[in-house]
Ligand binder design. Structure first.
Ligand code: HEM
Length: 569
């Protein structure tokens, strides 16, 4: 830099270079040679800094300090804290791969993930070797509780159902959800991203909208979507032949439509656009996670980031329009509260009144965040449940026949399934539970210790990430018996709590405790309605082109689709 001079300041101020032309006076006062260090008093240094031009102040003081602070935070979170946590766990003799910090397991993980992706597996319900292979290997080597590192983050894998229940029940408030990264929050800033009082207030408002009694009002929406699906399939299939259909995208459309219709009633067509955009956003998110994703990368103007932003803006605008219209209608007494949005707004008003607040507990932005989340949390989860059910019933035609017999007995061949009838479907329920056990849509839950806590005889410091691999618990022979990898719906004949060998439940497809899935009844009624409509009209089997490849993306999806041969009955 032309004409630059140096001055040295006493600790803690670092050395600076500044432009003499713009700061002559400040530099004259502050410049000292190494031979006269004692002549700079702290007051002089502060005065010198105060006299710098704003831009040089920024360049030579604020920016370096910010950089130093950022570097310290990175070092702290990627090295110092993880090492401390890892050492605290090792010192208690917790088994695992704790010494392979930080890249040993990452390399192993990449190798196993590549091997898992390379080829489909034989059609077996034992999917654990393919899904989360790293955790699978660690558990088989080190037991039900083990430490590992995923990159710089130490994790404790907890594979014991009793401890999983204890963590998820969170009676003492020692555990919290792992903080979402910013992208997930931007896609759906709702219940899943909240903690503490905000979560509790939102959950209290949202719960009533999903009560079984309220779902009755949404049943026509469920039925309309199921009818559309089967009518489309009937159009594909010739009357005497069989037709191959990839049911995975079909069910994604169905579940997106169901949420649009049950959330927005008459504004359904805008809802459909939202669900298209949200699906694309979910795929973009996966692309982002699969690419080299480093903190801060999301702010770069890459094509993917621009697309994500544009989508988010459009979804936001559509939702804002729908909510504003509904607010106006409610003020004029024309509000419709037969759909999720109406029920949510009604519950918001009631809770706000009860709390004696002048401002609504959930703001417009909050409501938009929750609506986005319904798509994000409710679409692919239910779509994969239906997809794996079709695959499994194709492989086990005897159960397909039993389910069809039950559906025909309850509804006949042509009658529209209703809630009373749906509640009588015992075999269908057992089948869906068994599919949720073998192919849980959410394969793993994460929690983090919020404060030092004891669990199963080990003291965990605050900040440890706990991975709860639901998929392994659901396939554990100690829990379910030697036939754990087989499809045996009859194990649920006496309900969920009697299904395993243990005397307490070990079935967590919807989570457990206070944060259990708010939409579980919604999802099950929706799945039963769709499955009943399909069983009433079609028989089905696997297509020769089907390749079994369960793969965990955000949910446990069929990597190469789910090609099913449909035949009209
Ligand atoms: C088969 C279908 C579904 C499965 C397997 C499923 C699974 C789950 C699981 C495991 C959780 C707990 C996450 C945790 O504890 O960290 C959860 C939470 C949640 N689910 Fe679902 N879900 C399904 C359908 C739905 C539907 C249809 C909706 C809404 C329309 C929905 C909305 C939510 C919401 C809002 C949460 C957050 C609850 C909270 O944090 O308080 N889910 N779901």
């Amino acid at each position: 830099m032309a004409g630059a001079e140096q001055f040295r300041s006493p600790s803690p101020l670092p050395s600076y270079k500044c432009s003499a032309s713009s700061n002559d006076e400040a530099i004259r006062r502050a410049t000292i040679t190494p031979s006269e260090p004692s002549s700079l008093s702290p007051a002089m240094a502060i005065e010198a800094v105060l006299q710098l031009q704003p831009w040089s102040l920024l360049c030579f003081t604020v920016l370096p300090m910010a950089l130093l602070w950022w570097a310290w935070r990175v070092l702290e979170s990627t090295w110092i804290i993880p090492r401390r946590l890892g050492r605290a766990l090792q010192s208690q003799g917790l088994p695992g791969t704790a010494y392979r910090f930080p890249f040993g397991d990452l390399k192993e993980f990449a190798r196993l993930a590549a091997a898992a992706r390379a080829k489909p597996m034989p059609l077996s319900h034992d999917i654990t070797p393919r899904v989360h292979r790293l955790h699978h290997n660690i558990i088989s080597e080190h037991g039900k509780i083990a430490v590992t590192w995923l990159g710089p983050t130490p994790r404790v894998i907890v594979n014991d159902p009793k401890l999983v229940r204890e963590i998820l029940a969170n009676k003492l408030g020692h555990f919290r959800k792992r903080k979402n990264n910013g992208i997930v929050k931007r896609l759906a800033n709702g219940l899943v991203s909240h903690d503490g009082d905000k979560w509790a207030a939102h959950r209290k408002i949202i719960n009533p909208a999903f009560h079984l009694e309220k779902l009755k009002k949404m049943l026509p929406a469920f039925a309309a979507c199921a009818n559309e699906l089967v009518a489309r399939w009937e159009g594909y299939v010739e009357s005497d032949g069989a037709k191959e259909i990839d049911v995975w995208p079909e069910f994604q459309n169905l579940t997106g439509d169901v949420i649009s219709r049950s959330a927005f009633g008459s504004s359904f067509s805008e809802g459909r656009r939202i669900f298209q955009l949200q699906s694309e956003q979910a795929q973009n998110l996966v692309k982002m996670i699969n690419s080299l994703y480093l903190p801060g990368f999301r702010f770069l103007p890459t094509q993917l980031n621009r697309r994500i932003k544009a989508n988010a803006r459009e979804v936001e605008a559509l939702l804002r329009g729908i909510v504003s219209k509904r607010e106006a209608a409610m003020k004029e007494g024309r509000g419709n509260n037969d759909d999720l949005l109406g029920l949510l707004m009604e519950s918001n008003v009631a809770e706000t009144k009860q709390a004696g607040n002048s401002k609504p507990i959930m703001t417009m932005d909050d409501i938009i965040g929750e609506l986005k989340l319904f798509y994000f949390a409710g679409m692919d989860t239910t779509a994969v449940l239906l997809t794996w059910t079709m695959v499994v019933l194709s492989v086990h035609p005897e159960w397909q026949d039993r389910a069809r017999e039950e559906v025909l007995r309850v509804f006949g061949k042509n009658n529209q399934p209703d809630l009373d009838g749906i509640n009588q479907l015992k075999t269908v329920t057992m089948i869906l539970y068994e599919v949720l056990r073998l192919y849980p849509p959410v394969v793993q839950l994460d929690r983090q210790t919020y404060m030092e806590t004891e669990l199963g005889g080990v003291r965990y410091p605050a900040g440890v990430v706990l991975s709860l691999p639901i998929v392994f618990i659901h396939h554990d022979k100690d829990v379910w018996g030697e036939d754990a990898d087989e499809f045996r719906p009859e194990r649920f004949a006496d309900g969920v709590s009697r299904a395993s060998k243990l005397d307490s439940p070990a079935f967590f497809p919807f989570g457990w405790g206070p944060r259990i899935c708010v939409g579980q009844s919604f999802a099950l009624v929706e799945a039963k309605m769709a499955l009943s409509s399909i069983l009433q009209r079609f028989s089905f089997g696997l297509s020769p082109s089907y390749a079994h490849a369960p793969f965990p993306v955000s949910t446990l999806q069929p990597e190469h689709g789910a090609q099913i041969m449909l035949k009209k009955l």
